[in-house]
Ligand binder design. Structure first.
Ligand SMILES: [Zn+2]
Length: 219
């Protein structure tokens, strides 16, 4: 099986640094944007546990249970930009009505950690050059999976960070149960403005991720 190039994914380079798309609404003054990028509170990093404590965490990069085989985070925390965190809280509330929930693997990743990953594994098939960064460095992307009401992980196409074609959301090799679970997760995420990528079933970009710049604040 081939190696999937991760452009735009968890470790892939940022392909666009465009400003937020702002368009006027017909019913309003033409200078009034739909998206209001000026709210400073939107740029704050929020700990997801402070607003949605029932979301489960398995922050793999704070442990040795990751593809680098060593911890690269000093703390097992999920930080996200405030609107991205609020959207995730809404996903959790949605899934709760189905007897399901989220388990998080990765959220905001400091740029210094991107550099540390690059030092351990300077291979652009797996890790983006920190000169480019990733959407995780913006506090605007999440890696996650589905759990049942008891916190048990549901079947998915592969394990987290399986860098093969089998991790693709369009893979035809996955079981019917995995297909159904990916579709449930994707529908719940998309209802709150998240977008998926084709190469990694676990990765979602937050709503309006483009408005957030790359950060190097410590976890
Ligand atoms: Zn990711």
């Amino acid at each position: 099986m081939g190696i999937v190039l991760l452009s735009g994914g968890c470790f892939g380079p940022v392909t666009s640094t465009a400003a937020p798309s702002i368009s006027p609404t017909p019913s309003q003054n033409k200078t009034t944007p739909i998206l209001k990028p000026g709210l400073s509170s939107d740029y704050k990093l929020v700990d997801i546990q402070t607003i949605a404590p029932d979301i489960r965490l398995d922050m793999r990069y704070a442990t040795a249970n990751n593809f680098l085989k060593t911890p690269v985070y000093p703390a097992a925390r999920c930080l996200l930009r405030a609107p991205v965190a609020q959207a995730l809280k809404a996903v959790q509330a949605d899934l709760r009505t189905q007897g399901l929930g989220l388990k998080l693997y990765d959220c905001y990743r400091p740029l210094s950690v991107q550099s540390a990953m690059w030092k351990i594994l300077p291979d652009s098939r797996y890790v983006a050059n920190p000169a480019n960064g990733s959407r995780h460095n913006r506090g605007a992307a999440v890696d996650l999976t589905l759990v049942d009401a008891q916190g048990k992980e549901l079947e998915m196409p592969t394990e987290f960070d399986d860098f093969t074609e089998l991790a693709g959301r369009d893979s035809t090799a996955m079981s019917p149960a995995a297909r159904r679970n990916v579709d449930i997760l994707t529908a719940a995420m998309e209802r709150q403005g998240y977008t998926s990528i084709v190469t990694e079933w676990w990765h979602y970009d937050g709503p309006n991720w483009q408005r957030f710049g790359i950060l190097n604040k410590s976890l």
